[in-house]
Design a protein around this ligand. Sequence first.
Ligand SMILES: *[C@@H]1O[C@H](CO)[C@@H](O)[C@H](O)[C@H]1NC(C)=O
Ligand SMILES: *[C@@H]1O[C@H](CO)[C@@H](O)[C@H](O)[C@H]1NC(C)=O
Ligand SMILES: *[C@@H]1O[C@H](CO)[C@@H](O)[C@H](O)[C@H]1NC(C)=O
Length: 975
Amino acid sequence: MRIVQITIASAFLCAGAAAAQGATTTTAAASPTSWRSIPTLPSDVNRGRKLLANLEDPNAKDAQKICPGYTAINVRNCPGGLSARLVLAGANCNVYGTDIDQLDLRVSFGPESRLNVRILPAEIPEGQESWYDTKEDYLTRTVKGVHFNPTDSELDFRLNSSPFEFSVVRKSTDDVLFSTKGSKLVFENQFLEFRTELPERYNLYGLGEVMHSIRLGNTYNRTLYATDVNDPLDENLYGSHPFYYEHRYATLKDGSRKGYAHGVYLRNLHGQDILLREKSLTWRTIGGMVDLTFYSGPTPAEVIADHVRAVGLPAMQQYWTLGFHQCRWGYHNVSDLKDVVEAYRDFNIPLEAIWSDIDYMDQYRDWTNDPVTYGLKTFSAFLDKIHADGQHFVPIFDAAIYVPNPNNASDAYPYYDAGLAADAYLKNPDGSLYVGAVWPGFTVFPDWSSPGTQDWWTDSFQKWYKEVAYDGIWLDMNEVSSFCVGSCGSKNITQNPVHPPFSLPGERGNLILDYPEGFNNTNATEAAGVAAEIETRNSANAAKAASAGPSPTSMPFVSQVLPGVDVRAINYPPYAIDHVQNGHDLAVHAVSPNATHSDGSLEYDMHSLWGHLEIGATYKSLLKVFPGKRPFVISRSTVPGTGAWAGHWGGDNASKWLYMALSIPQALSFSMFGIPMFGVDTCGFNGNTDMELCARWMQLSAFFPFYRNHNVLSAISQEAYRWAAVADASRTAMAIRYTLLPYMYTLFHHAHTTGATVMRALSWEYPNDESLAEIDRQFMLGPAIMVAPVLDQGANYTNATFPGGENERWYDWYTHEARNASEGKLVDLKAPLGHIPVFIRGGNILALQHPAYTTAESRKNPWDVLVALDSEGDAYGDLYLDDGESLVQEKTAFITLEATNSLLNVSRKGQWTSTETLSSVTILGVPKKPNQITFGKAKLGKWSWRENSQTLEVTGLEGVTKGGAWSKEWELSWK
Ligand SMILES: *[C@@H]1O[C@H](CO)[C@@H](O)[C@H](O)[C@H]1NC(C)=O
Ligand SMILES: *[C@@H]1O[C@H](CO)[C@@H](O)[C@H](O)[C@H]1NC(C)=O
Ligand SMILES: *[C@@H]1O[C@H](CO)[C@@H](O)[C@H](O)[C@H]1NC(C)=O
């Protein structure tokens, strides 16, 4: 987590506000941790240089005006593609670095729908591309030694030699998808720039991680550089995903509209700015090479699946991870955890896993527990109990490793010593340890390129598991964050432990005073009290800002010489990206770019990959801790391919309606990036939530793949049982979620095997409907479920579009009543507090299981089948079954459900068996009362048909499915 620094003294207590909101149980605001009496780092340790970002500098040099571009020579066709030499077409411009005189162009087609275009310094042998390339081990290549016949490709590559320009064309339509026409390639050791033309009013999606609506604007700047920050809008965040897809709509000869989508992925994780302009997109990076992959689609779903397959199919999650998770920063001891688990049980709100933030640690050190508040005896007893109850525990784990004070024998920290012995830490350029500062004080940071790091990491997780029986790992702070600029602790480790250079939430001067929008309307008295506090705080902040000295303007200049390349300015590259941190300095709130790895590589080139490499190491460790089981890892920092190992949560959002609304496009973007296991801090992290927001949010998140409520230290409590209305809303939505778990799990199976998405934008399911291009206030879960949540304070209705044209049918989840498509129009839906509109799309069959308190119990419950017929009377569905946890499954089953001509046919493949019976089959869209219902040859007596909703319900099927609902193939007919 990251905290906004606020420094005033105030006596205001949040407890009153919590009570005023109608908290139903006792514990109000958690009291802040009483910090040990340790020195606090000076606040200026995190102050970098104040740089003018290139994008904000009106006098910035324009590389397009002053650079010469390249000329292509020796253009040659080679198996599966072509190659050429690019030579600088004039005098060096050295605009933001040193021009590379000669480049190699390597174009390769395929496999199938892909085209890869690489441009890199000439004559670097394959495999020895230094920091221009990223090792295959670190970041998957999209194209691997295939020789695909270019004539079989949907994409064409066209090259102009002088000046060097290229374009990528969709052959079937002759549409130019990407074209550098009229712009120059700039290729320097610390700066790359290329530009593509785009059509007017283009629909472009992706380029995350960012808080923004799903469709990015046509005048918009995106910066990518992993950073520890609390979800500011439109800025760079924790993860870097240089992938976009563009969706175009064309009119066909018959007058109908057809959508075509294609994707573009730049395999380059250097800091970068992407400039979206009215008719172009310019890509600028501060290093690396051009490694572009084009995906021909032509639907968004195909583009996304292709990209996901290219970077790495997402991990199959354990079944239990789809249950509901509760977390907060500020569960001060084991009995807090116990109280929460018990309260959920008392209020009959399903709880699958309880999480711990850094509270459980001994002085915030990894692989430890606080000997007093989280003493092993009580901690283990607690964990034994929840495990016996079928529940789980997931602790946070921080990226940085505490450095014990060498002058204090009682400050021993053996995990650090073991890492030191393994040579597992990042260094300064002079070979000394790089020492930053994070929660525990001065810290070092693992170096993933060092040969000893993995074993030390694995050993540590194995040792720790013997003490604390965790079920998964939550990786935080892995951008990788450090609270000071540079190796600030090099000379000061004898002061350890030290307090971060800012106050924690709830500490003097940093009380949580924020409430959701509209809180002043619903809770006027409390809001007025808070407003006065905020005013005091703001004026104190202003006074403090005025008295603070200017930022340092000079810092040691670090440079590095690589063979054959000019010296690079590592800490202050000549081109300043529009990085969100103060002064745009890359070293602020992060490990500095000059931190050095054992293989000689620098953070400058590896920065955004740090988290991904940590995830890989952790995944491997968990395979040792839980042999044969799918590791459960949730990480803050991510890159393309992270989904193969981990899920992601949306980071440090705020308890605001705006953030709840933005959670949908954020989730959809992670669907695009191949990280389907995504959710956000439900009810909001920073700031206080309120009843209404929390009720709406608990319902919305129930339809996200990863479902967790999480809260910041000292904010009012926000567990689902704190307000009666939130408890009701949660139980309602959770019952639907747990009923749908087999469906969600099947969606994950498809994601894992084909790259299909779990949470989906409407425009992916209806690629020809242009009216859906910006829709991100409603979404789909797989092909069958549409969710249209209330996202506005005070609203008791919402509006939604029902796509699909005149033959589409949408069935209300609750009433089973059908409605037709709304043809691009928004229709009002009643949605009082506690109701989330959910619809089933005609043509789908859902295999559902009766919900229970835990997922383990729900897996033992009877099944129902819900058949939602389309206007032709057809429907299709499938169901994937396995043991829910093994990495390699001995037995699985894949069930196919098909309905046509008043006959439901269930067929199966695979050996997995289970004994839960079938309880009912409900068929929606049956226009007239059937004469008889048969199951195989048996005539059934228990059924009813309702005329007003045109619903047929067949019950009492337990007898005919005694051996298990899915153990045999069967047929049910209604004629
Ligand atoms: C985006 O970049 C341009 C420079 O190309 C700059 O003029 C503009 O202010 C930037 N917009 C934002 C919102 O930062
Ligand atoms: C290191 O210690 C010195 C001497 O006490 C102090 O002036 C300096 O601010 C400290 N630096 C950090 C980063 O704590
Ligand atoms: C609540 O705050 C909003 C936004 O500041 C304001 O528009 C509204 O008038 C306020 N309502 C009341 C009752 O003060």
